[in-house]
Design a protein around this ligand. Structure first.
Ligand code: HEC
Ligand code: HEC
Length: 359
């Protein structure tokens, strides 16, 4: 194309065309150079979609086995997550207690209101990176992401609905029937397909673009305070809140009570040695998921740090590593908070793929 231009007889025209031809030619070379330098995790094609494990994350627990990931299934799961059809009086959706803008937690309230305004007994946790979770709930009472949603749907303090009823309501809805047909090739919606669709959405709640993640990917440099906080965190907190998920998924008593109104893990195992132990929560997006702890007793991160520094309550199941608290100066607390704020992932909390669908 460029060569044929050179043979054009009209000189001025030829120059102009030659010039734009060369610009085109150069930009093609640039595109060629960019693509030939492409490594696996660089330039991502626009339509590239699906579950991706960040390189510094461990292997996920959930692998979509027998529930192969597709965009249709995911978007069906998203419809369900945001639809109050899952609750008894069609008033409450999963998103009512798990708001994307606050890391999928119910921010600002210790206990969430379920159907008829009935309050729950534990704080709605933030949701992220659920595909890596071996167990769910503060006490680990649910172990499978594909059956998980039976819990909130049937809990009288939450959606207070029966699975049979929900499936009936979905089958009576022609839009859902055709979506399930397209996604799972079923003529009649089953509880299993409904739960699997929800799992498709839940597993895609991947938070991997906070400042911390950018630091791990080498695209962000911590400020002096963040960096000092990171070192303090590694020394004093990471034994339980282990990177990069910020939980090691164990159950521990972190000393918020000397006697327990909520037995936590002990209620599941029926073993007194587990009383007062709760699953170590992830700290991703923690800046926006207040209030904190299983009963939402602390509203600020500085209250949480004051607890670890000077508020530890002794009991027979207290984690041994916390027996003398975690000594922290006022300055160290501020630095740890500066680091905790680097776990805020605005990309995740504003990701339109995860937001309420507009129909
Ligand atoms: C009325 C508020 C409410 C509704 C509605 C609700 N949740 Fe929750 N969710 C909670 C509370 C409270 C907990 C913690 C319960 C516990 O540990 O005993 C929780 C826990 C979870 C967890 C476990 C997180 C972890 O850290 O282990 C997931 C996942 C979750 N909910 C997803 C959902 C989905 C999906 C739906 C809809 C099908 C839903 N929730 C509906 C309040 C709610
Ligand atoms: C021995 C294990 C352990 C250590 C060490 C530890 N934590 Fe925790 N942390 C927990 C457990 C368990 C909970 C949940 C307790 C509950 O809700 O009853 C928790 C809860 C939290 C919460 C509340 C999160 C939420 O979503 O409600 C924050 C914030 C927190 N820890 C920060 C820290 C910081 C900062 C440090 C270091 C100074 C630290 N933790 C050290 C075990 C630990």
């Amino acid at each position: 194309m460029v060569f044929s231009l050179i043979s054009t007889p009209i000189q001025t025209f030829q120059f102009k065309k030659l010039f734009s031809g060369m610009r085109f030619f150069c930009s093609m070379i640039l595109v060629f150079v960019l693509f030939s330098c492409k490594k696996d995790n660089e330039i991502v094609p626009v339509d590239d979609w699906g579950f991706k494990k960040p390189s510094y994350f461990p292997e996920p627990h959930y692998t979509f086995e027998n529930n192969a990931q597709t965009k249709l299934r995911f978007s069906l799961g998203r419809d369900l997550f945001y639809d109050s059809i899952l609750s008894l009086d069609n008033s409450i959706s999963c998103a009512s207690c798990h708001a994307q803008t606050h890391g999928f937690s119910d921010h600002n309230v210790a206990f969430s209101a379920g159907v008829n305004g009935t309050l729950g007994v534990r704080n709605s946790p933030a949701l992220s990176n659920l595909a890596w979770y071996p167990t769910f709930m503060w006490d680990g009472g649910i172990v499978n992401i594909e059956t998980f949603s039976v819990g909130p749907i049937t809990n009288p303090l939450e959606m207070h609905e029966s699975i049979l009823n929900v499936v009936g309501k979905l089958n009576a809805n022609s839009a859902y029937r055709s979506k399930f047909k397209l996604a799972y090739d079923v003529d009649s919606i089953t509880d299993q397909k409904m739960l699997q669709a929800l799992a498709q959405y839940m597993a895609m709640l991947i938070s991997d673009d906070s400042k911390y993640d950018k630091f791990k990917k080498g695209t962000y440099t911590f400020t002096a305070d963040e960096n000092a906080g990171y070192f303090l965190f590694q020394a004093k907190c990471a034994s339980c809140h282990t990177e990069p998920l910020f939980t090691d998924f164990t159950y521990r008593n972190n000393g918020i009570d000397a006697t327990f109104t909520d037995l936590g893990r002990g209620m599941i195992t029926q073993n007194a040695a587990d009383n007062g132990k709760f699953k170590v929560p992830s700290l991703r997006n923690v800046q926006l998921t207040y209030p904190y702890m299983h009963d939402g007793r602390y509203f600020t991160l500085s209250q949480v740090l004051d607890h670890y520094a000077t508020g530890i309550q002794s009991s027979s199941t207290l984690d041994p590593s916390l027996a003398s608290g975690i000594p922290l100066t006022a300055d160290e607390k501020l630095k740890i908070i500066a680091f905790l704020r680097t776990l805020t992932d605005y990309t995740f909390m504003a990701n339109p793929d995860l937001s309420e669908p507009i129909h």
